[in-house]
Every structure is written in structure tokens, then in C-alpha cells.
Write a protein that binds this ligand. Structure first.
Ligand code: MRU
Length: 361
């Protein structure tokens, strides 16, 4: 993705200093484009927890680099090295519980490191795997774009030159991954292909990732879009102003239940009621192959209630008002039209998902 004409990923190794990882500080957007240096696993964990970086794919890649940073400072004694790696893994996994990608990346790192012999080889493997995780994420999202674009293209054929109106929630954009995004990848691909599109951007209270991140990235890429408050989607759908909903996912069961940013379920209900296709876009690293009931089994992150009670430091309710801050909800498979993955589009059920991921049978 380009920012002011320069290509960026969301995470990378510092030039001439591969012991430092750099990220875009997402808490400063859309007003400031600022790069942060991270040198230790503690700094990486804090960056994930405090949401300097966020989004399922990106926190997975960040966890991969976090383990690499931990390997650099871990003691040379093999036993102490191994303990440092498990401590780093625990620390990273506890930062944010819902996105499967984080756990996936940490386990991939631990597995690779365990298969090497010397500490030096383990460090080299950790670097290699961190880069591999990031590259996988970017390439998977690029593929999601190509598959998802076909859906937009089909709808465009019936619109006689009028833009295809797509609604998205939160930020499943390139900022939430290493590049391209999941929900936005088909949008960018369609726009680049010259298909007329327009995106409705949910602001996404309480942290406003839609307003501050999705609107910013769509603007940088020149994609026509309009910001709306979270409760607007249903009204737009009733009035024929939405052709397609594409959201991301933080964890998807093998049966097709989709956990995504809080409020997604309500969009899916409204889409169902209005006969509008509702797709979730996700790389395979977001699947939780071991669970079948998303509502019961997916851990839902609860964040600080102050995020609900304060907007930019201003209290918006009586001081003593109790508040709850659930970060995610689960949309059951029956409300999902399809899943857009790097291997193609499938239906939200075990048979269809395992057909394109047969190695998970
Ligand atoms: O809390 P966040 O910003 O890390 O949440 C992740 C998300 O941006 C969304 O849930 C997104 O739609 C999932 S895809 C990265």
C-alpha cells in the first residue's frame, strides 16, 4: 500500500539494523504518520496490548517478530534459552485473546525453533519464520483480493455503470494486516481494475478504527467512501443503498461462525433481513480448526470501560456510570453468505471449508 507515493508494509525490520522492528503507530492516525521502533519482546507486547498496532493479521505478524526479538536477548544456555522462549510466547499470547492469528504465529515460531539444535540456529530460524509469517499474510491478502474482486465485478455488471456500494465494519484493511487487508483487498483490487465502487465506512465505536484507519487508507488509495455512525447500516440497507457487505474476521470456526469487531453481528442480521450478501474475508491463519461453536467457544476480549465512557479524554456520561466494553461478537454461519480466503470463496460450513483446505481434515 502506498502512503504519499511510497510503498509501506505495516511491519518490517529497520534498514541496516535488523535487531529493531518498525511499525506504523496506528494510535496517531489519521493525523500523523509516525514510525515506531521496537527492540524487545516487552515493547512488542505493549505495542499489541495498547493497540499501537492492531488487526488480526498484523498482530500475528507482530507476535512472530516478538518471538524473534526475544530470541536475540535470550541467554545462550540452551535450557535458559528455551525458558525465555516459552515466557515470551506466554506474554504475547496473553496480550489479545480473540484473534487466532496471534496464537497461530507464536505456535509456528515455537515449533520451528524447537526443530533447530544450537541457539544460533534457533535465532536464525526465528528471524526466518518471522519474515515468512509476514510474507504469508501479505500474499494471502493479495489472493483474497483477487477472489473477492469477482464478487464485486458480478454485481457491477447489473449496475450499468453505477458504483457498487459496499459496507464494511472496523478496519480489516492493510493496516490490520501486513499489506492489502482482508475485507479491503477485494475493494482495492476492484478499484484498481476500474470497477466503480463506493464504500460505506462504519465509524466503529469505541476506538473508531473505521473513522481513523479505514477512512484514511481508502482516502490514500483514492477509493470513494463515506463515513457513517455504527447504527446507520440497517437504514441504508432498507433503502437499497448497500449491494454487498464485506467484513474481516479475528477468528472463524471450521463450521463457519465468524468472530469480528463488536457490531458485526447486527450488520449481518440487517443484511439477512434485506437479502444483501454478507461475506467475511480472512486468511487461513484466522481459522480455529479445533472449535465448532463460535458463540460458546471463541474468547471475547473485554477492554477497559474507559474506552466507552471517554471520547478523546472527555467524559460523555456521569462519572459513576458502569460501562462494558466487549471488543468482538460472533456472527453465526447461518447469517454468512460466504468466506473469502486465499484459496478461494467457500460456504460457511465444514464441508465447503475443508474442501479448499483438505490438509485440515
Ligand atoms: O480490535 P482490533 O482493531 O484489533 O480489531 C480487529 C479488527 O480490526 C476487526 O475486528 C477486523 O474486522 C478483523 S480483520 C483484522
Amino acid at each position: 500500500m502506498k502512503v504519499k507515493g511510497k510503498h509501506y508494509r505495516t511491519i518490517w525490520l529497520k534498514e541496516h539494523n535488523p535487531e529493531t522492528v518498525q511499525i506504523i503507530d496506528q494510535t496517531k492516525l489519521p493525523h500523523k504518520f509516525q514510525i515506531l521502533d521496537l527492540r524487545t519482546v516487552d515493547e512488542m507486547a505493549a505495542a499489541i496490548r495498547e493497540m499501537y498496532l492492531r488487526g488480526a493479521g498484523l498482530i500475528g505478524a507482530a507476535a512472530g517478530y516478538g518471538i524473534y526479538l526475544a530470541s536475540l536477548s535470550a541467554p545462550g544456555d540452551p535450557e535458559a534459552f528455551e525458558k525465555a522462549m516459552t515466557d515470551a510466547a506466554d506474554l504475547l499470547i496473553k496480550t489479545r485473546p480473540t484473534a487466532k492469528n496471534l496464537e497461530w504465529a507464536v505456535n509456528k515460531q515455537l515449533h520451528t525453533i524447537a526443530s533447530e539444535h544450537s541457539v544460533e540456529e534457533k535465532r536464525r530460524a526465528a528471524l526466518h519464520t518471522a519474515v515468512e509469517i509476514a510474507d504469508f499474510d501479505a500474499e494471502a491478502c493479495r489472493q483474497i483480493g483477487l477472489h473477492g474482486m469477482k464478487l464485486i465485478e458480478e454485481i457491477a455488471q447489473g449496475k450499468k455503470g453505477e458504483p457498487v456500494n459496499i459496507l464494511t465494519h472496523c478496519n480489516a484493511g492493510w493496516l490490520a494486516f501486513v499489506d492489502y487487508g482482508s475485507a479491503t483487498a477485494p475493494i482495492y483490487a476492484a478499484h484498481d481494475r476500474g470497477i466503480p465502487i463506493h464504500v460505506w465506512v462504519d465509524e466503529t465505536r469505541p476506538r473508531n478504527q473505521g473513522a481513523s484507519l479505514t477512512a484514511w487508507e481508502l482516502g490514500e488509495h483514492g477509493v470513494p467512501h463515506t463515513l457513517i455512525v455504527d447504527n446507520t447500516g440497517g437504514h441504508l440497507m432498507q433503502h437499497g443503498m448497500v449491494d454487498l457487505v464485506i467484513v474481516g474476521s479475528d477468528r472463524t470456526t471450521v463450521t463457519g461462525d465468524v468472530a469480528n469487531k463488536i457490531g458485526t453481528y447486527l450488520k449481518a442480521l440487517a443484511a439477512k433481513d434485506n437479502g444483501i450478501p454478507f461475506y467475511a474475508a480472512l486468511p487461513s491463519s484466522t481459522f480455529d480448526w479445533g472449535i465448532t461453536d463460535g458463540i460458546r467457544e471463541i474468547p471475547i476480549e473485554e477492554r477497559d470501560p474507559r474506552e466507552v465512557k471517554y471520547i478523546h479524554g472527555n467524559l460523555i456520561c456521569p462519572l459513576g456510570t458502569p460501562a462494558k466494553n466487549y471488543g468482538f461478537d460472533v456472527t453465526p454461519a447461518r447469517l454468512v453468505t460466504g468466506l473469502i480466503t486465499e484459496r478461494g470463496i467457500c460456504q460457511p460450513n465444514r464441508e465447503s471449508i475443508l474442501k479448499i483446505f483438505p490438509e485440515k481434515r
